[in-house]
Ligand binder design. Structure first.
Ligand SMILES: *[C@@H]1O[C@H](CO)[C@@H](O)[C@H](O)[C@H]1NC(C)=O
Ligand SMILES: *[C@@H]1O[C@H](CO)[C@@H](O)[C@H](O)[C@H]1NC(C)=O
Length: 508
């Protein structure tokens, strides 16, 4: 065994707060922690769980085998080292979820072999620490796709199926992509009103042609496709992606709709939904460019429920009439609703009525309030995943718009619904105020749902399942059309010991 080298690592602890009060009798003491009984689990303890930032969990358990349910402060130290190797650069972050559990995430900046994860409390190992990730621990920018989709699903612990995918694709069978592309360009490439891209993934390389004036958002589609092809050998397929906010295909299922892939769906359109570019980018840029992602939000859910203000909170821009109406309601009921506009664009002429605009509030500060109002913007408000993950109750406007996971959510279980025109919002809010236990339970259900369904791995799983199922419904052979651009793979050099080039199609 080589010597343990622990050259460079960075540690960053977020949201720290020891409970230090000596007067109280029931004070939580981290000295009551049982290092042996404390639980450590999660996908980040497996080598083949390849995501940009890997993650696992710690549940603090006391000497009487009881789970802690409140924060113990910053008591765990997590270190990563590679065995017998050169310097290991890994960014580690321990997120305190304030409920006795911790989320640890780490991002290797290179591919390392045999990585040890040590979890310490007061200098001593916790649970089965150190954990060994045996073999190559690939970093995000390593091009090293797993050849078998089935194996990849297993590594990522993906669900077998998604009802949204089944229902979205049920209309499409034996699709001829050359017809689809021709028609899509004819119908949706008019005078720069729509922006669409035709993508082809062939032998795990990404190609595209875009149409329209505003095609900057192709970057998001490029990023997820490139990231996926680094991780798994995708089947060959072509698709038309709608880069705009609105779902486009108004033809009903019975009227030969075109298969268009969009970030937002609606009950009035037949578009196939993908996880939004916002959630996808947050999953890709975890511990990178974005600060709000489904992991960071878990450690920034504000005060404990009892200590939140009993108010409904909302901030945003003026993208819809109901947003202005909510501001009016807030002025009528300042004791119960705190809503204000942070920007005027669509209703600039009414700024003197609904303004002045206020300074934006940090998203994490939303959770100082018990109730969060979710109102559509131009389409579905893409903040909903983060709102549901916080420790607040979500009141959600009824809407024809939806994201890919909304069909999983149940009213009065995960959120409280209200009418589109807000007419029963006060009534619903008063009900929540009067039924505090129920309100808190709904908030907790929503939080639990997001923790097990909207994590970065879930976003990757959904995309791959969607593309695989889609590829089965296309009869034409996927090909690179004339004039398509190759989207270059931005991979670093790394030591890939998978047989990338042995493309065994039978396994796909
Ligand atoms: C303790 O926490 C773990 C992980 O959060 C959970 O699976 C287990 O059911 C909890 N045990 C009790 C007795 O609540
Ligand atoms: C609520 O806030 C008070 C005052 O800051 C604090 O003493 C108390 O511990 C908090 N309660 C909870 C449940 O966090």
């Amino acid at each position: 065994m080589g010597s343990m080298l622990n050259i460079t690592f960075m540690l960053l602890f977020v949201s720290i707060g020891y409970i230090t009060s000596q007067e109280e009798t029931n004070v939580i003491k981290h000295t009551d922690l049982s290092r042996e009984s404390t639980l450590v689990w999660g996908p980040g303890l497996c080598t083949d769980f390849v995501v940009p930032a890997r993650y696992f969990y710690i549940q603090a358990v006391d000497i009487n085998q009881q789970n802690f349910s409140e924060s113990l402060g910053d008591i765990f130290e997590v270190k990563l080292s590679q065995q017998g190797g050169g310097p290991a650069r890994v960014w580690v972050q321990t997120l305190d979820r304030k409920d006795g559990t911790y989320l640890v995430r780490f991002k290797p900046f290179s591919t390392y072999k045999d990585v040890h994860i040590s979890i310490f409390h007061e200098g001593r190992h916790v649970a089965q620490s150190p954990y060994l990730l045996r073999g190559q621990v690939y970093h995000e920018n390593c091009y090293c796709p797993e050849a078998s989709l089935e194996k990849w699903y297993e590594n990522m612990k993906c669900p077998d199926s998604y009802s949204q995918i089944e229902s979205d694709l049920s209309v499409f069978n034996s699709v001829d992509m050359s017809k689809v592309v021709k028609e899509a360009v004819q119908r949706f490439n008019q005078a720069g009103t729509h922006s669409i891209c035709h993508y082809a993934v062939v032998t795990n390389k990404v190609y595209r042609t875009c149409y329209g004036q505003h095609v900057g958002f192709k970057m998001f589609m490029d990023n997820i496709l490139l990231s996926l092809t680094r991780k798994v050998l995708l089947p060959d397929f072509e698709l038309i992606v709608n880069l705009g906010d609105w779902p486009l295909e108004k033809r009903a299922a019975t009227n030969s709709p075109l298969p268009l892939f969009s970030w937002c769906g609606s009950t009035e359109t037949s578009d196939i939904v993908m996880p939004t570019y916002d959630l996808t980018e947050a999953s890709l840029e975890c511990m990178g460019r974005v600060t709000l992602d489904m992991l960071s939000v878990q450690a920034n859910t504000g005060p404990q429920w009892q200590n939140k203000t009993s108010k409904a909170f909302w901030r945003g821009r003026d993208s819809r009439q109901e947003r202005l109406d909510l501001v009016t309601m807030s002025r009528q009921h300042p004791d119960k609703i705190d809503a204000a506009l942070t920007n005027f664009f669509f209703f600039r002429d009414q700024e003197d009525v609904y303004g002045p605009k206020v300074k934006p509030v940090s998203f994490f500060d939303f959770f100082k309030h018990k109730y969060q109002v979710n109102l559509d913007g131009t389409v579905a408000a893409y903040r909903l995943p983060y709102l549901l993950a916080g420790d607040s109750l979500v009141l959600k406007q009824n809407s024809q718009y939806y994201e890919y996971f909304y069909s999983d959510l149940q009213p009065m279980v995960h959120y409280i619904p209200f009418q589109r025109d807000l007419r029963d919002l006060m009534e619903k809010l008063d009900w929540a105020i009067a039924h505090d236990d129920y309100a808190q339970e709904i908030a907790q259900n929503a939080q639990a749902y997001t923790r097990s369904n909207l994590m970065p791995a879930d976003v990757f799983c959904y995309h791959v399942k969607l593309f695989q199922e889609w590829s089965k419904r296309v009869a034409s052979k996927a090909k690179v059309a004339k004039g398509m651009d190759l989207v270059p793979q931005s991979s670093d050099s790394c030591d890939c010991d998978r047989q990338v080039n042995k493309q065994n199609k039978d396994e796909l």
